[in-house]
Design a protein around this ligand. Structure first.
Ligand code: ACO
Length: 208
């Protein structure tokens, strides 16, 4: 069952992401954002758990238990996300990459006349249930939500090969690719996640 999340779900969502996103999203995993020594990354929690009452965030629930989470936001033409102030040294590397992608990929270029779009920010599925279409279902419901809110397209920044694959299957088009090996800060590569995660991609789908 797909449900709309609210602020009341904050702790359940945090616990879920603690188990299935903070550890195993490819960049978090590469940087070991959380590990036995540092079991929590408060900046990452703050970054992911924003605006839970927006009505745009979805939970996949089975037997009363969260098995998938899709956290979404709204983008406006010409407006960049408010800068996220980050103290965690490792997580700030991801924040910088996301800012870089936001600045150079600008999916609004592709959709003249569209001023508002929905963006899939966080997608996470319980590892017991992966590969069964839950991420695709969450993205597809996100598009349904966006239809009622005047969004002209849906965009997803895929740090994971599997998210990109799910988006492609749903008919999203590839808008932008940045291979991790090509992303350098001060001349040095920053990310080298395990295969098959080789690039950050931005996929978009028009909403009519
Ligand atoms: N091995 C091989 N193929 C896989 C695997 C796997 N471990 N996991 C998913 N896939 C495939 C699926 O078969 C499917 O491809 P297909 O349509 O050709 O069959 C595609 O990848 C993904 O489809 P879903 O089943 O809808 O995806 P799923 O429910 O498994 O969720 C997700 C994908 C969210 C990426 C999950 O693997 C996950 O939670 N990973 C850890 C956190 C993460 O990386 N999140 C995404 C970061 S990007 C972002 O948040 C916007």
């Amino acid at each position: 069952e797909i449900q709309i999340a609210s602020e009341d779900d904050r702790e359940r969502i945090r616990e879920f992401l603690q188990n299935f996103f903070y550890k195993d999203e490819p960049l978090n995993s590469f940087l070991e954002l959380i590990n036995e020594e540092n079991p929590r990354c408060y900046d990452l929690e703050k970054f992911t758990l924003q605006d839970l009452d927006s009505g745009l965030n979805l939970l996949a629930v089975y037997d009363g238990k969260i098995i998938g989470v899709c956290l979404n936001g709204i983008m406006q033409r010409g407006k960049l996300e408010e800068e996220f102030v980050c103290e965690d040294e490792k997580f700030s590397k991801i924040v910088k990459l996301l800012q870089h992608i936001e600045e150079i990929s600008d999916p609004f270029q592709k959709y003249p006349g569209v001023d508002k779009a929905i963006v899939v920010k966080i997608l996470s599925v319980d590892d017991t249930y992966r590969g069964r279409g839950i991420a695709k279902e969450l993205m597809s419901k996100t598009i349904d939500l966006a239809k009622g809110r005047g969004c002209g397209f849906c965009s997803v920044d895929c740090s994971s090969y599997y998210t990109a694959r799910a988006a492609k299957k749903l008919g999203f088009e590839l808008h932008y690719t940045l291979k991790y090996e090509d992303y350098k800060v001060d001349g040095k590569s920053v990310f080298d996640p395990v295969a098959p995660h080789k690039a950050m991609t931005v996929y978009t789908q028009k909403i009519s």
